[in-house]
Write a protein that binds this ligand. Structure first.
Ligand code: RP5
Length: 161
């Protein structure tokens, strides 16, 4: 099983790279694809319909502006879709966020925060989904959380007087 990172444009990659980095750190296999919802609608449908048969366990979809990509992927598959709103120059990614998050009841997209934090969390969320049936990923995720807690506790000591 693998994760698919799908983005609407190569311009989304600097953001979506944060998801790839986190998956790599967790040794979770992934593929990355550029599939634009409005420029490549047929390819989008083909990819999403074949996702389950192609061993894709979770789709992470990042897009900016009128960000139809995560919703349209979700419309074409029952594989869980995690949406990452990419920050835009004009509206700072609030446009992307609202486009992705406001799915009508029936076709869910798990929407993350705007930008790189959202991309990182998308990978962590994908890991949590995989951890349901993969004990190695569950252990990796638990260790990641424990290390994060330790760093946060220790950080207090670095405060200047
Ligand atoms: C969206 O339009 C993409 O996801 C990207 O965030 C945005 C701009 O795309 P480019 O014009 O940079 O290709 O479809």
């Amino acid at each position: 099983m693998k994760v698919a990172i799908v983005m609407g444009s190569t311009s989304d990659w600097p953001t979506m790279q944060a998801a790839a980095k986190q998956l790599t750190e967790f040794k979770i296999p992934y593929e990355k694809r550029v599939i634009s919802a409005h420029r490549m609608p047929d390819e989008l449908a083909r990819f999403a319909k074949a996702a389950r048969a192609n061993d894709v366990a979770v789709i992470i979809a990042g897009a900016g502006g009128a960000a139809h990509l995560p919703g349209m992927l979700a419309a074409n598959t029952t594989v869980p879709v995690i949406g990452v709103p990419v920050k835009t120059r004009t509206l700072s990614g609030v446009d992307s966020l609202l486009s992705i998050v406001q799915m009508p009841a029936g076709v869910p997209v798990a929407t993350m925060a705007i930008g790189e934090a959202g991309a990182t969390n998308a990978a962590l969320f994908a890991a949590a989904v995989l951890a349901v049936s993969d004990s190695a990923v569950a252990q990796t995720l638990a260790a990641y959380r424990a290390a994060q807690t330790w760093r946060a506790s220790e950080s207090e000591a670095t405060l200047d007087d």
